[in-house]
Design a protein. Structure first.
Lengths: 114, 109
């Protein structure tokens, strides 16, 4: 089954404790992206990747890191989480980029930073 | 970045009714997609429709790119249609999509 898989789905952590949210897709998509969703603000892009070893900032990249060492994986790293990073996070992928392709989303990861 | 406005922000329908959701955008786009976020938070791609009209069952969408808007039609609504509908657009040469703040639809039996 074609899918985008995120882990963990739910996480409660404390300020400053490094964490990683994994994202994997099995559709051989070139493009992957991370979004955060906050009430009243819709979805905002954090980082995206056009292909292996190619990443770029979205609209709200501060406090986040990403890497794309393999085509299927695109982890989101919070080096020192803060309470303002409490949010619902979505990973998404597309065959050939946001310009031309349908975007498929993972199920979301709800993060709470205390 | 490009501005995306969706209307109405909230909509309550009786089961069986029809509805039209609107998405206005502030600049030329070459990518427009509609998504449904169900009550469990899942985001499902409904349409990839940078221009023209598409239909999928009870749902259809029309984008008039020259006038910078798109419409999502839901006919004979069902309770399972409840959730938030998002419009997202992308511009020529850009690699990100900008999302509107959504229309929250509630269908009551």
């Amino acid at each position: 089954e074609a899918q985008v898989t995120q882990n963990p789905r739910y996480l409660i952590t404390v300020t400053g404790k490094k964490l990683t949210v994994t994202c994997s897709q099995n559709m051989n998509h070139e493009y992957m992206s991370w979004y955060r969703q906050d009430p009243g603000l819709g979805l905002r892009q954090i980082y995206y990747s056009m292909n292996v070893e190619v990443t770029d900032k979205g609209d709200v990249p501060e406090g986040y890191k990403v890497s794309r060492k393999e085509k299927r994986n695109f982890p989101l790293i919070l080096e020192s989480p803060s309470p303002n990073q409490t949010s619902l996070y979505f990973c998404a992928s597309s065959y050939r980029g946001a310009r031309t392709g349908e975007l498929f989303f993972g199920e979301g990861s709800r993060l709470t930073v205390l | 970045g490009i501005q995306v406005e969706q209307s109405p922000p909230d909509l309550i329908l009786q089961e069986g009714a029809n509805s039209t959701l609107r998405c206005n955008f502030s600049d030329s786009v070459n990518n427009l997609q509609w998504f449904h976020q169900n009550p469990w938070g899942q985001l499902i791609n409904l349409f990839y429709i940078p221009s023209g009209t598409k239909q999928n069952g009870r749902l259809s969408a029309t984008t008039v790119a020259t006038e910078r808007y798109s419409l999502l039609y839901i006919s004979s609504s069902q309770t399972t249609d409840s959730g938030v509908y998002f419009c997202a657009v992308g511009q020529t040469g850009a690699n990100n999509l900008f999302f509107g703040t959504g229309t929250r639809l509630t269908v009551i039996p």
